[in-house]
Design a protein around this ligand. Structure first.
Ligand SMILES: NC(=O)c1ccc[n+]([C@@H]2O[C@H](COP(=O)([O-])OP(=O)(O)OC[C@H]3O[C@@H](n4cnc5c(N)ncnc54)[C@H](O)[C@@H]3O)[C@@H](O)[C@H]2O)c1
Length: 298
């Protein structure tokens, strides 16, 4: 079944638009694809699930919108319950994710929390374990970015805030979750193509994404022999609220890939399904490049 070209004709650039940080999916035009996958004829088809995550429980940060929402929804289609974290101003988006997960018959718990606080990370893990009855899959997905062309204009406070948001919580959440994980559990970190291409106008963000790749490698080397796999995904351009909330007009106009279009969140979420499932049992410490065809090293 392939259809529905109306929501986001493949190959078309989204129009330039802007939102306040962190951005809301409800305000995006066009709406991104959450549970539909692009087809070769330029349309979309509903993701085909196969019970790959039956009975699993996932904690997903930034699960209200974009890639995180699509992960929660595809996980639900595959049989997993989710606990999603997001910022308080994103309540409306989070409620929509919950509705979509429940449409596929799974549970979705919500927690608005600022993960730059170590205490909030600890509380999030404790609450998620209580509400879900455990965590089999930790998806560290949230992030902050803001474009600045030159290091001379990159405020020191922004540098610190980006690190406090993008990498320190990955450490806290992994540290607090791992003692509760069983053999077969997985951690999946959202990195970025920018760690590999060295994007100059996102220096702080790009640096945190490099740290995430190295964190993934080191943590995998600690835990792979204990039966817990740790991997990362490095998306290229994906149409999500992060983009109109943080990028300039020119960057949005050039927001594309060698495929001739940005990716949909659903196309990245499929990789998070693969890495959480028994289809990837020999993969750990790796980064999968879901970037629309940019060939990178590493
Ligand atoms: N959109 C892209 O082009 C792209 C490309 C490469 C990588 N990524 C990565 O994908 C991941 C998801 O982003 P997205 O594009 O789906 O955008 P998104 O805006 O939908 O998701 C980012 C989420 O991060 C969360 N967040 C930010 N600061 C937070 C904080 N202090 N505490 C708690 N939560 C916080 C918010 O809930 C927000 O919804 C990010 O790690 C991003 O770096 C995105």
């Amino acid at each position: 079944m392939s259809a529905d070209k109306s929501q986001f004709e493949q190959g078309h650039q989204p129009n330039v638009q802007h939102q306040e940080v962190p951005g809301l999916q409800s305000k995006l035009d066009p709406q991104p694809q959450t549970d539909h996958i692009p087809t070769p004829d330029g349309g979309y088809q509903l993701y085909k699930a196969a019970g790959k995550l039956e009975g699993k429980k996932a904690l997903i940060t930034g699960g209200d919108s974009g890639i995180g929402r699509s992960i929660a929804v595809l996980y639900a289609m595959e049989g997993a319950d989710s606990f999603i974290a997001y910022l308080p101003v994103e309540e409306e988006d989070a409620q929509e994710t919950k509705k979509l997960v429940e449409k596929y018959g799974r549970k979705c718990c919500l927690q608005a929390t600022d993960l730059t606080s170590r205490e909030n990370c600890k509380k999030l893990v404790e609450t998620a374990i209580k509400e879900l009855g455990g965590i089999d899959i930790l998806v560290n997905n949230h992030a902050y970015q803001m474009m600045v062309e030159d290091i001379k204009d990159l405020d020191e406070d922004q540098w610190v805030h980006t690190f406090n948001t993008n990498i320190h919580p990955f450490f806290y959440l992994s540290k607090y979750t791992l003692p509760h994980m069983k053999k077969g559990s997985t951690i999946i970190n959202n990195a970025s193509i920018n760690a590999y291409i060295g994007r100059p106008d996102l220096l702080d963000y790009t640096s945190t994404k490099g740290a995430i790749v190295s964190f993934t490698r080191g943590l995998s080397n600690q835990y792979v022999s204990k039966g817990i796999r740790v991997n990362a995904v490095a998306p290229g351009p994906v149409w999500t609220p992060l983009i109109p909330a943080t990028m300039t007009d020119d960057a949005i106009k050039q927001f594309t890939s060698p495929m001739g279009r940005p990716s949909q969140p659903s196309e990245i979420a499929t990789v998070f399904v693969f890495l959480a499932s028994m289809d990837s049992t020999s993969i750990s410490g790796q980064t999968i490049h879901a970037n629309g065809g940019v060939v990178v090293n590493g």
